[in-house]
Write a protein that binds this ligand. Structure first.
Ligand code: PLP
Length: 426
């Protein structure tokens, strides 16, 4: 009988391309976390969370920046609601399930720190943000100030308004990471301050960017805008349930987020928050009766739609609150520190495009390697190692975005570093 033990196969060189010597890992500096179980390196605690998902562990999914799997309990609730819907949609969906959206609104508003009457449930961040962008009255020559690292769909939306309505869109550039951790908030606020003119009507910015995971000083920028009568739209697609904050502390006028990213709710969920005094004068993308003009629910009038996804948000909130925002972000920051420090130590020419300062980012980390084409490295990670990563190709930089989640194991991140260390370009 042939000897198929791992050792004999190794000796025969069968695993050679998938095996690399892994030096001892420097321990990342501790990250502030709430007391009690669930510290960032409390693997027994995180093992329970990892087991709460039904995943394909033969692949390593480090693209949680796209959309995320839901925990088993959330997925079961979602499937239950779908089955119930199909028994008799007009009754089961419209009469029984649809009113559940009000519980979801109330619970989400409590988590987000806002009045439920200011919160519309949408199908994703794009829908919420486009309602904000397209429903504002703007006239030819009015300026919108944003960055060239904002989300392409949102920039395309402004560009369409420029073509249709004659507005002017100004896109600011900034280095990644911003040069100095210490005065980053000052630099990014100054960036916007420097772009404002007497024609600026809207500032549109990401709370956290999708390219490198840079967190913006939203409050300072919104204060600056408010002093000048400028409306602020914040793209929080990646922020909600990723790191703790309250909407009431941000000082913006509009805020859109996805819930199928960090809240781990079913695909097709998001919300739009809007300051109460803006609702009545804001146009919906899908018009409603005048009687609803001042009701935030007018932005939910999209015709027949499934109730299952938005009702299952309630279960996702319970799961999120069970971990706790502070515990979750501490773990996510610690995971980023762990893989990025190992990568920098082992891969010559590697650098991080995300600041090492935990406060400037969360789970998302983007790295680059001198002379390495990321559009080749990312397919290699998939074909040789079954690792899902995201190539980032921007006019000013290139990188590979790595986004673990609460279910990611430290071993999976160690494998990522092994894989990158073993890569031979060309
Ligand atoms: C910064 C940013 N804004 C908006 C979106 C759009 O989110 P959704 O796909 O939920 O509409 C994304 C999606 O990745 C994003 O990263």
């Amino acid at each position: 009988m042939p000897d198929l033990s791992r050792r004999s196969l190794l000796a025969a060189g069968v695993f050679a391309s998938l095996t690399v010597a892994r030096p001892a890992l420097a321990k990342p500096a501790p990250i502030a976390a709430p007391p009690g179980p669930g510290a960032p390196d409390d693997e027994d605690f995180w093992r329970e969370i990892q087991g709460a998902f039904t995943l394909d562990r033969t692949m390593i999914n480090l693209n949680n920046g796209g959309c995320c799997p839901t925990p088993r309990v959330v997925h079961e609730a979602y499937k239950r609601y779908l089955d119930q819907t199909n028994e008799a949609p007009p009754y089961e969906m419209w009469e029984l399930l649809e009113p559940g959206v009000e519980t979801v609104r109330r619970n989400l508003a409590e988590e987000a720190g806002c009045d439920p009457e200011e919160l519309a449930i949408t199908r994703n961040a794009s829908e919420g943000l486009q309602i904000a962008q397209l429903g504002l009255d703007l006239k030819p020559g009015d300026e919108v100030l944003t960055t060239d690292q904002d989300y392409p769909r949102m920039l395309d939306t402004w560009d369409q308004r420029a073509r249709r309505d004659g507005i002017v869109v100004k896109k600011l550039s900034f280095p990644v990471p911003p040069p100095s951790d210490a005065d980053r908030a000052v630099q990014l606020t100054a960036l916007f301050a420097g772009g404002i003119t007497d024609k600026t009507r809207v500032i549109h910015l990401c709370h956290i960017t999708n390219l490198t995971g840079q967190i913006f000083p939203v409050r300072a920028i919104c204060d600056l805008a408010r002093e000048r009568g400028i409306v602020t739209i914040v793209d929080g697609a990646h922020a909600f349930a990723h790191f703790p904050y309250k909407l009431s502390d941000l000082g913006c006028d509009y805020y859109g987020t996805s819930l199928h990213k960090w809240l781990l709710a079913p695909v097709g969920t998001g919300f739009l928050w809007m300051r109460k005094d803006r609702i009545e004068k804001h146009w919906g993308m899908q018009p409603t009766n005048i009687a609803k003009a001042a009701d935030i629910r007018k932005f939910e009038e999209i015709g027949t739609h499934p109730a299952a996804a938005h009702d299952a948000i309630a279960e996702a909130l319970v799961f999120h609150q069970g971990i706790g925002s502070a515990r979750k972000i501490a773990r996510l920051r610690w995971l980023r520190a762990r893989w990025s420090q190992a990568l920098l130590a082992r891969v010559p020419g590697s650098k991080m495009l995300t600041s090492a300062d935990p406060a400037q980012g969360g789970a998302i980390g983007t790295f680059a390697i001198d002379g390495v084409d990321v559009t080749k490295l990312v397919p290699y990670l998939w074909s040789k190692w079954r690792i899902q990563a995201t190539p980032i190709v921007h006019a000013q930089f290139q990188g590979v975005r790595i986004t673990p989640n609460v279910y990611t194991t430290t071993g999976e991140l160690d494998t990522l570093v092994d894989a990158v260390a073993a890569y031979k370009p060309g």
